[in-house]
Structures are given as structure tokens and as C-alpha cells.
Design a protein around this ligand. Structure first.
Ligand code: GLN
Length: 291
């Protein structure tokens, strides 16, 4: 346990106490305990692990106790510490944006592989990220494939503020245009892209109400309507007009939506090559359309 009055405990003892305390509420108590101590001490994880003998001050205990109490009340750890790692990069996150998920790295990996094959050096590759949230997809692409021109949209001005800040922090704001709009830019401004990517809200409303993320992360970023496909349908209606011939469309989907999304994509792209990819847990997670 973290002692409420403090005094005398070392970093190592505090870490051990935290791990056993978090076992009750967390799937990954060891990792969460480390992340909390890293935040509390403002030192790298390697320092925390290498200095178990350093004593913690009474003030630090009080701050740690407050952080743990928030976690135990159900607040997601990334919002408490204010940042989260995705694709090897550290993204600022606030309750205005979805917390980046490891399964979304699948989309980023496939996007990067395709963009690199397309030799961005020879012409400017235009990419669109629909519903960018924290900006984690657009920014990971910009960091890993120099020379892209990316348009990243979101309906939430608060999310766009976080995304812009992340782009600046990672020195890629020059190649990303952030746009406040509902999915796509105004149709009166025609623009075509070599690649369109999206991680839209895809959880069916009634399922969302029953899962722990409800009320903890932005509903706007999670709620996919009654069958989870409302936004996906709208996106698939627009993508054919926006994607250049030979371009690639990648969209994250919910595990049970594979067959339905495949059929919607076949209607939207009768001649394209359409594939579903599974995530590491073996669930359908990504739609790929090669136009
Ligand atoms: N993968 C997220 C979750 O399961 C949902 C993300 C989304 O709706 N795009 O919580």
C-alpha cells in the first residue's frame, strides 16, 4: 500500500506496494505502477527502476496518493499522466481525445509500408486522415515518411487543439493541415488523395453503454450509431470520390464488423481489391481497399 502519511519508504518499496494495490483494479499493475512513478518523479523509467533505494518525500507520497485515488475511481491512466505512447512516440492526451490503442498500430504499419513503396521522393503524396483525434495516425505517418502532405480532419475543435500541439511537439506541423469539419472537407473544394486513413467511431451505441470506456473517453470518438456502422457508411460513400486511382484506403473497424464492412466496401468499390486484416488478438481490425 501507499502509506497515507508517508515517511521512510523508498522508490523500490513504493513500486512494490503500488503494484499489489493496483492488482485489484488494473490489468497491467506493473506497467501502471511504473508509469505513475515516472510521472510523480519526473524521471525516465530506467531511472525509477535503477534507483530503488532512493527515499520518497512526504509530499511525493501525498501527490502519489491523489494520483492513485483518481485511477481507482476509474479515470484512465493516460489522462492522469497527460500523455501516452503510440508507435514509439509520446502523444499528449486529454479527455477530449481517444487514447491511442496498440491495435491502431496495425493501420499505421501498413500505411507506412505502402507509402514507402510508393516512393514519396518522386512526387508529393497526399494523405487524408479522417477523424484524427490526438493526431496519432497522421503524426506517426509524417514522422516516419518524410515529404508527405497530410490533411487531418476532426469535428471537435478541442481534439484538433491536442492534435496540433502533438504535431508541433514532433516537428511535423509543417506537413499536416488540420481542418475542423465533419469527416471530409467541403465537397465544393475538390481534392484527391493517394491515401485515405480513418479510425472512426465504430462501437454500436448499445454496446458502448455497457463497456468501461463509456463516460471515460469521448463518446463522440467511440459511438458508431445503432449498428456501429453509421460513420463507416458515410465514409465509404465519400472515399471513392476522394481517392486517386491506384490509391489506398485503410480503415480500422470493430472485430465483429468484418463481413458487413467488406460488403459495404465492395458496393463502394466494385472493382477494387478489398482485404480484411486481423490484429494480434486474431480479430478483424483493418479494412484495406486498393483502388
Ligand atoms: N478501439 C477502441 C475501443 O475498443 C474504439 C475505437 C473506435 O471506436 N474507433 O475502445
Amino acid at each position: 500500500m501507499v502509506p497515507s502519511k508517508g515517511g521512510g519508504q523508498t522508490v523500490g518499496e513504493t513500486l512494490d506496494g503500488l503494484i499489489s494495490r493496483l492488482e485489484r483494479t488494473s490489468d497491467m499493475p506493473g506497467l501502471d505502477a511504473q508509469v505513475l512513478l515516472v510521472c510523480l518523479l519526473d524521471k525516465p523509467r530506467s531511472w525509477v527502476l535503477a534507483h530503488p533505494e532512493v527515499p520518497l518525500t512526504r509530499n511525493r507520497y501525498a501527490v502519489l496518493e491523489a494520483l492513485v485515488a483518481r485511477l481507482e475511481r476509474g479515470e484512465p491512466l493516460p489522462y492522469i499522466v497527460g500523455h501516452w505512447e503510440f508507435f514509439g512516440l509520446e502523444f499528449e492526451v486529454t479527455p477530449d481525445v481517444l487514447i491511442p490503442r496498440p491495435e491502431t498500430e496495425l493501420l499505421v504499419e501498413r500505411a507506412i509500408a505502402w507509402l514507402r513503396k510508393s516512393e514519396p521522393g518522386s512526387r508529393e503524396l497526399k494523405v487524408m486522415d479522417v477523424g484524427t483525434g490526438s493526431g496519432c495516425i497522421a503524426i506517426s505517418l509524417a514522422v516516419n515518411v518524410p515529404g508527405l502532405s497530410i490533411t487531418a480532419t476532426d469535428i471537435s475543435p478541442a481534439a484538433l487543439k491536442v492534435a496540433r500541439c502533438n504535431a508541433e511537439k514532433m516537428n511535423v506541423s509543417g506537413c499536416i493541415t488540420f481542418l475542423e469539419t465533419d469527416l471530409f472537407p467541403n465537397p465544393l473544394i475538390p481534392d484527391s488523395f493517394s491515401m485515405i486513413v480513418a479510425n472512426p467511431p465504430y462501437i454500436p451505441t448499445n454496446t458502448l453503454y455497457k463497456i468501461p470506456v463509456y463516460g471515460r473517453e469521448p463518446t463522440l470518438a467511440l459511438d458508431g450509431g445503432s449498428d456501429g456502422l453509421a460513420l463507416i457508411r458515410r465514409i465509404l460513400t465519400e472515399v471513392p470520390d476522394r481517392l486517386l486511382s491506384g490509391g489506398l484506403f485503410l480503415m480500422e473497424i470493430e472485430a465483429s464488423e468484418g463481413p458487413a464492412v467488406h460488403s459495404l466496401a465492395s458496393d463502394a468499390f466494385p472493382k477494387a481489391r478489398i482485404q480484411l486484416h486481423k490484429d494480434l488478438a486474431g480479430h478483424d481490425r483493418l479494412l484495406e481497399v486498393q483502388a
